[in-house]
Design a protein around this ligand. Structure first.
Ligand code: ARG
Length: 458
């Protein structure tokens, strides 16, 4: 078929080059945005009198039919075309003849693709925002149920200090909350419409770019036509935001995988989100969590593709930019499917509170509190730290915990110890005493949950 851009070229494109140059196998996904933007463009052309109003109406009506037929599957997107823009214009012209040929007045595929792609990114971002809100809701529910569930908090993956499961889950909620805010902040970054920038230098027609911008849900037209067609910041920002969600999911999955092991046994993943082994009948594997952890790599690569593709690109449009779509589509597909499956899995995850408590009892995680007990009795912290260290060493050698260590042993290390030490170092006390803002006390965690619920519902 004849190329839209045949212009000054005399001979046909080499078949190999033609296939290589084509992007329709990827960008057919943009059909809805392409047709919608074309409708807005046609209506603007009619309203401003750049083309006759009656022709604009015909074009707009016909484009709506093409959209409907593509949506319901009665019209196939012919993959023999170079890209989605070419296909839509061809289909229109096939149906309307010369009137169809008017559509491309005062625009270029360069501003077209920038507009379609930006609309696509904005739409997918609003879907991801909803998925994150669902995840935050599940996290807040689990956290509310576990405000008093004591578990060990870790540093260096060694038991460190007591926290609650509610506090722990809200730590992840804070990460996803930041992700939510990151996406939301893009609203003001992605509010300009490239349509009407033309190939790069605008157009000599008296277009109304404010009209098309408003029709397509943008606040205003892009301020500079060269930037309008060259800008892929919105796609790069989206890939970064998607990568951050995946990074957070990946950390969470890593913990769930550890927690599901017999060595921890802090969680029981539901059978619906686990797999077995074809040879080891006893196995229950956390495949879904592992796969999410693994898929994070894709989104980081997608971001990298966008960054490296744009590095050193001169203004304005260069064909290199055609490579942006596959990476961005993959990034959104990955983050969306991972968020959905993770949220469903987390909803059904059972937290084994007794095992958490047992682990908390074993690791001397109240040692800091024991030292603090002495500090409250006026011993300088460094001395209190040293005495507690000696007590822990004694416990390890003689198979005690700080809770079971006899009072006379305490006293033999410092006369400041009294019977009340046992209450002071009980794990429940240790958690509840941590009333500092953001800490694990029930009161503090409730505040965190409230904050997240407001973000989700507000
Ligand atoms: N398929 C192209 C892309 O995705 C559309 C823009 C083509 N523009 C051009 N001047 N060749 O980037």
């Amino acid at each position: 078929m004849e190329k839209l851009w045949k212009g000054r070229l005399n001979s046909d494109t080499d078949k190999l080059a033609d296939k290589f140059n084509s992007s329709i196998d990827i960008d057919h996904i943009l059909y809805k945005q392409d047709i919608t933007a074309s409708i807005a463009h046609a209506e603007m052309l009619g309203k401003t009198g750049i083309i006759p109003f009656s022709d604009a109406k015909k074009i707009s009506k016909c484009l709506k039919e093409i959209l409907k037929e593509t949506d319901d599957g009665s019209l196939d997107i012919d993959r023999g075309f170079e890209d989605i823009h070419t296909f839509v214009e061809y289909e229109l012209t096939k149906r309307l003849g010369d009137t169809g040929k008017m559509l491309h007045t005062a625009r270029s595929r360069n501003d077209q693709v920038a507009t379609d792609f930006k609309m696509y990114v904005k739409e997918r971002i609003s879907d991801v925002i909803e998925y994150i809100k669902e995840l935050l809701g599940v996290l807040a529910d689990h956290a509310s149920d576990n405000i008093h569930t004591v578990m060990p908090g870790y540093t260096h993956l060694q038991r460190a200090q007591p926290v609650t499961l509610g506090h722990y889950l809200m730590a992840y909620a804070m990460m996803f909350y930041r992700d939510l805010k990151r996406y939301m902040s893009f609203d003001s970054m992605m509010n300009t419409c490239p349509l009407g920038s033309g190939a790069l230098a605008g157009t000599t027609y008296n277009t109304d770019r404010h009209m098309t911008a408003a029709a397509l849900g943008f606040e205003m037209p892009s301020l500079n036509s060269i930037d309008g067609v060259s800008d892929r910041d919105f796609a790069t920002d989206a890939c970064y935001a998607n990568s951050m969600v995946m990074l957070h999911l990946s950390r969470f999955c890593e913990e769930l995988i550890l927690w599901a092991s017999w060595e921890f046994k802090f969680v029981e993943l539901s059978d619906g989100f686990s797999t077995g082994s074809s040879v080891m009948p006893q196995k229950k594997n956390p495949d879904i969590a592992e796969l999410i952890r693994g898929k994070s790599a894709r989104t980081f690569s997608d971001l990298n593709t966008l960054l490296v593709m744009q590095k050193s690109l001169p203004l304005a449009y260069n064909k290199d930019m055609q490579e942006d779509k596959e990476a961005v589509f993959d990034s959104f597909d990955t983050v969306s499917s991972c968020l959905k499956v993770f949220t469903a899995m987390l909803k059904e995850t059972v937290f084994l509170k007794d095992n958490m408590k047992k682990a908390a009892n074993k690791g001397f995680i109240n040692a800091t509190d024991c030292a603090d007990y002495l500090v409250k009795k006026s011993l300088p912290f460094r001395d209190a730290y040293k005495i507690t260290g000696q007590l822990v060493a004694y416990c390890i050698q003689n198979d005690y915990t700080l809770e079971t260590l006899p009072l006379e042993i305490y006293k033999s290390h410092s006369s400041l110890f009294e019977q009340d030490v046992y209450k002071e170092i009980s794990l429940d006390t240790c958690v509840e005493r941590r009333i500092s803002y953001g800490g694990p006390s029930a009161q503090s965690v409730l505040l965190q949950i409230e904050h997240i619920r407001e973000a989700v519902n507000g």
